[in-house]
Design a protein around this ligand. Sequence first.
Ligand code: NOJ
Length: 721
Amino acid sequence: MERLVDSLFALMTLEEKLGQLTQLSGQSTEAGPRVRAEDQARIRAGQVGSFLGIYGAAYTRRLQRIAVDESRLKIPLLFAYDVIHGFRTIFPVPLAEASSWDPAAVERSARVAAVEATAHGLHWTFAPMVDIARDPRWGRIVEGAGEDPYLGAVMAAARVRGFQGTDLAAANTMLATAKHFAAYGGAEGGRDYNTVDLSPQTLHQTYLRPFQAAAAAGVGAVMPAFNEVNGVPMHANADLINGVLRGRWGWDGVVVSDWNGIQELIPHGVAASRPEAGALGLHAGVDVDMVSAIYLQDLPAVVRGGRVLQREVDEAVRRVLRAKYRLGLFQDPYGYSDVARERAATLTVDHQAAAREVGRKSIVLLKNQGNLLPLAKSLKTIAVIGALAVDAGSALGSWSADGRKEEAVSLLDGIRHAMPSAEVLYAKGADVEGSDTSGFAEAVRVARRAEAVILVLGERRGMSGEASNRASIDLPGMQEELAKRVQSSGKPVVVALMNGRPLAIPWLDEHIPAILETWYLGTPMGSAVADVVFGDYSPGGKLPVTFPRATGQIPLYYSHKNTGRPPSEEGNTSKYLDVPWTPLYSFGHGLSYTTFGYGAPRLSRRSMRATDTLVVQVDVTNTGQRPGEEVVQLYLRDDVGSVTRPVKELRGFRRITLQPGQRAAVTFTLRSEDLAFYDRRMNRVVEPGSFTVFVGGGSADVKEARFEVTTGTQLGDALLR
Ligand code: NOJ
């Protein structure tokens, strides 16, 4: 690889080098995504290294031929796209997949996405998005794994393994991109792109952790975030990109800017001109310039004026060429553009079955009073109510690549297929947004005619995702009013929520007996939901994010600090006058059609040195009547530290299946890195003292045990000097 890179290098002009660092965008047309004529000329001239948004086996082959046959250096192109949760067979949105707490399922999902995407000529995906999100107003919460760095790290690594496989050169594996580096989810006010101001401890302990896991899993690319962190826009953040990501972590992949991110250094107010913006980006370690074309057009003059940037250009070009080499493109530039494979590997029965399986694993049973769910298959008349029940497009969720709504199973269709001999009535009731109540009467009529009602409420898919923030996380429009009317019909009501963020739904929680969080589950959504509603599958998902009772509680997350005055009903404590301080549904919460009993956690020792390991074991028993899946969770608290520590932090979990009456002993091993934190001087330390271990089926539903660390330790060298 190095020999090939060197030999190319010796031949490259500065313009050709900057061409490799340039990524241009395709255009969507009737015929599919296409490249403009002038950009085709750029391929010939060696002025472009990669495209985003271009796919299709035959078309990418044509473009690749221009690069390989008609450009001077014959360097193959890279084709990249946002393949976030499926390419044509759409899987659950990432927040939903994180609710499965099943890394093997999440890995499979990314694997299928890669199989389909690579068959369409794609080499590179802008996923996984690994941003920690603790503000559900922020629309992009839907794209990540929720609020917790440990769960986020596990999911990040699983997705990287799924996309990249074990051999990047294989024609069905693709380069993954951990994004958005870093702390994108920390935007003030939940407004996308907004300012982020964080302590170094929180940045490193919370927001950087999933990136570090992705880097350790060998992720091939990283994308900086649009936001600034502590005054420095991420596209100019040399300390975090070259310093931490490349320097401290020893990661050697490609950094690709976000869309126009280099140019945006100007409105951020750290660059006065395009050349300045380009120099800042390159200097920070951003190798590839997505769409601003600043590297191509404005850097030649800058580079010719100074030697330092020349070295940085060379390093960036080497990284891009190595990525192309690792993908096998110098051996076979057309390996990914295979028309026969494209036909055979798209929306297969297996892929759809896999999406349905991951879909049902991702559903969270929030409430099930009187075991209303599952509904009996002997029901004769069922009412399905709600605009979202027929919204197959929304089932696909934000970012759906080449997914088609005509191929998606809406909730109503899923229920109809599952109950062929029942009469399934439908009424819209109300739109998702707006103030129209004219459909209420019909909805109530339909409810009265049925033995049970499935009421589908939530958000359209466009209400979360990029730049789709909400100042209130209540149920939009007249949907809560609709729920009140339908509930007053006296019929048993099951609510199925379709949404891309936690919603504040205290009224539903108080009055509706059964609530399912179904998020957006992708192409087979309706079938996956029907599997759960009628009991073919017992739900086992758990929330990867806290559900507040009211928007005003945000940010609300389980691993908060205790404060000097922890909330209580009385006195001057850290509470609200108008809303309880507790969440509506806590992190890790999720019910099943069966029940699970937990024994007390057993520890292998009561005292240890920081360098020892501690084994925690817990007996979990299926105490109900049906088989079921449970996510056994382990949390840790450092009881007293030199800086304050969270009341609880996830340090292990396992999703297990138990038959009625069956018991399993689940084992976790804790090591020094599980006990460590950044102290005031940014030393990563384990301090001596008492720790509490919590084990249970949710962050608020645990049994505990204590142990003592007798001697502390420091991991690695300090981050600050
Ligand atoms: C902007 C988004 O922030 C990023 O996540 C995405 O990969 C790029 N656009 C390319 O579509």
